[in-house]
Design a protein around this ligand. Structure first.
Ligand SMILES: *[C@@H]1O[C@H](CO)[C@@H](O)[C@H](O)[C@H]1NC(C)=O
Ligand SMILES: *[C@@H]1O[C@H](CO)[C@@H](O)[C@H](O)[C@H]1NC(C)=O
Ligand SMILES: *[C@@H]1O[C@H](CO)[C@@H](O)[C@H](O)[C@H]1NC(C)=O
Ligand SMILES: *[C@@H]1O[C@H](CO)[C@@H](O)[C@H](O)[C@H]1NC(C)=O
Ligand SMILES: *[C@@H]1O[C@H](CO)[C@@H](O)[C@H](O)[C@H]1NC(C)=O
Ligand SMILES: *[C@@H]1O[C@H](CO)[C@@H](O)[C@H](O)[C@H]1NC(C)=O
Ligand SMILES: *[C@@H]1O[C@H](CO)[C@@H](O)[C@H](O)[C@H]1NC(C)=O
Ligand SMILES: *[C@@H]1O[C@H](CO)[C@@H](O)[C@H](O)[C@H]1NC(C)=O
Ligand SMILES: *[C@@H]1O[C@H](CO)[C@@H](O)[C@H](O)[C@H]1NC(C)=O
Length: 374
């Protein structure tokens, strides 16, 4: 690693010597950051620097390089858009010097190593450096390792933070709760993120979508999370989370459209208050230890399309277990109702009559269940 870093720094200085003398001051710092970015990438076949950036060279101003967007008046770099560009190698800490950058799209590459802490402010009172204008940070679907740097919690304007599908490890830094401008947080599929969900995330009162799925998170959902009334998508599926779903929580989540809590260790009842999150279309709670009856109130959800409850302990093994089915006849959008592998017993109500044009699949699945218990 030390060797490749030395090489990178050499590349930076030699490229600088070749670059046109036109840029000056902050403009030059931007170019230095871009040249460094390129030099941290692995060389492509034949020893040439990463082939997809071969046109990033001294024959043109850096504002004309593919993927680089500058503000016309100030000539400062405001966006770096290189998604799915087959980039491999490391992310240069010099990127943190792009202080006018609003968008960093590097998702879907093969970048490895750690996320440079330099992308955020390293010390509390440090001013100037670090990406204080960054709004969109996309580093998902790469091969990044190590912990999520605490310093990312200093990005004062950040709205989208996507670090999904890497192999990041350690705990979710509680400092992320400082990012009060955040609207979308995606840490899905790192597999190695562990520990509890920090209660401080409940301070993110502009958050619309949170995806913490497919990790090794443990403990209960902090009570504060249920207070984020702006939430539309809440996903914690595929973790080792436990505890119950408190009965009233959905009364304060009026914008929720999707809730995914499947493949965890939740127990207790399915709250009737779900029916008060009236925009819900997807309820996914499969592979937990949920028990009790399915609340008939769910039939009030006019947009409900998926009700996925398989592999739980739902049902009382009494004849009234199917009471909720009658209420579901009002859910005209329902296309997937999966109740397999539960403790539901008894006969289906005769009135059961879903709209066959919209709900055929659901109808067939229910038939399959009832036949299985004949
Ligand atoms: C991606 O880059 C590697 C070298 O880093 C190269 O061998 C491969 O052909 C490239 N793939 C595409 C689709 O360009
Ligand atoms: C430098 O970039 C230009 C396009 O900006 C390209 O035409 C040229 O081939 C590149 N030169 C090298 C040596 O890669
Ligand atoms: C840019 O960032 C690097 C690494 O974080 C740092 O060493 C350098 O002093 C910074 N400033 C300029 C003007 O490049
Ligand atoms: C990701 O990194 C690991 C270890 O650093 C390596 O074994 C693996 O091949 C890498 N995967 C890709 C897609 O680059
Ligand atoms: C986040 O805020 C807390 C409380 O104000 C503070 O102690 C902590 O240093 C902040 N984290 C960062 C990374 O700035
Ligand atoms: C949730 O919000 C209510 C009202 O704003 C507040 O009283 C309560 O302390 C909050 N709960 C948590 C756990 O943050
Ligand atoms: C749904 O909200 C109404 C009005 O706030 C409330 O009276 C009712 O108890 C709630 N239903 C459930 C099941 O919590
Ligand atoms: C259901 O979906 C429609 C269309 O997406 C939307 O306009 C409506 O607000 C949603 N909520 C309810 C309760 O119908
Ligand atoms: C279905 O909706 C209608 C109209 O809102 C209502 O009168 C009826 O009671 C509902 N049926 C069930 C089973 O909830």
């Amino acid at each position: 690693m030390a060797r490749s870093l030395t090489l990178s720094l050499l590349l930076v200085s030699s490229s600088l010597l070749l670059s046109p003398a036109s840029s000056s001051g902050e403009d030059a710092a931007d170019e230095l950051a871009l040249v460094s970015f390129k030099s941290y990438l692995l060389s492509g076949d034949g020893g040439s620097p990463s082939s997809s950036l071969s046109s990033w060279n001294a024959s043109g101003h850096h504002c004309s390089w593919p993927g680089v967007v500058c503000n016309r008046r100030s000539n400062r770099v405001v966006a770096l858009r290189l998604p799915s560009s087959n980039l491999s190698g490391l992310i240069s800490p010099f990127l943190g010097n792009l202080s006018f950058l609003r968008e960093l799209y590097l998702g879907g590459n093969r970048l490895s190593g750690e996320i440079p802490p330099e992308l955020g402010r390293l010390r509390r009172l440090q001013i100037g450096a670090a990406m204080k204008n960054l709004v969109y940070l996309y580093l998902g679907k790469n091969n990044l390792t190590g912990a999520i740097p605490r310093s990312l919690a200093t990005l004062p304007r950040i709205k989208h933070l996507f670090l999904d599908e890497n192999t990041l490890s350690g705990m979710i830094p509680p400092d992320l709760g400082n990012l009060t401008t955040l609207e979308r947080l995606n840490l899905y599929g790192n597999k190695l993120l562990s520990g509890d969900i920090p209660p401080s995330l409940g301070q993110l009162l502009n958050l619309r979508e949170i995806d913490l799925g497919l990790n090794g998170l443990t403990g209960a959902i902090p009570a504060s999370i249920w207070n984020i009334s702006t939430l539309t998508v809440f996903s914690v599926q595929f973790n080792m989370l436990s505890g119950t779903i408190p009965p009233d929580v959905f009364n304060t989540l009026p914008h929720l459209t999707e809730i995914l809590m499947g493949n965890n260790q939740f127990h207790g009842n399915i709250p009737a208050s779900l029916a008060n999150a009236s925009d819900l279309s997807l309820i996914q709670l499969n592979n937990n230890f949920l028990s009790g009856v399915v609340p008939g109130e769910i039939g009030r959800l006019r947009n409900l399309s998926h009700l996925i409850l398989f592999s739980n302990l739902v049902g009382t093994e009494q004849p009234n277990d199917w009471g909720f089915i009658t209420a579901l006849t009002n859910c005209s959008q329902l296309i997937d109702l999966d109740l397999t592998d539960n403790k539901l017993r008894g006969a289906l109500p005769v009135q059961f009559d879903l709209d066959p044009t919209k709900s055929q699949e659901a109808f067939l699945k229910i038939l399959a269940i009832s036949l299985a218990y004949k």
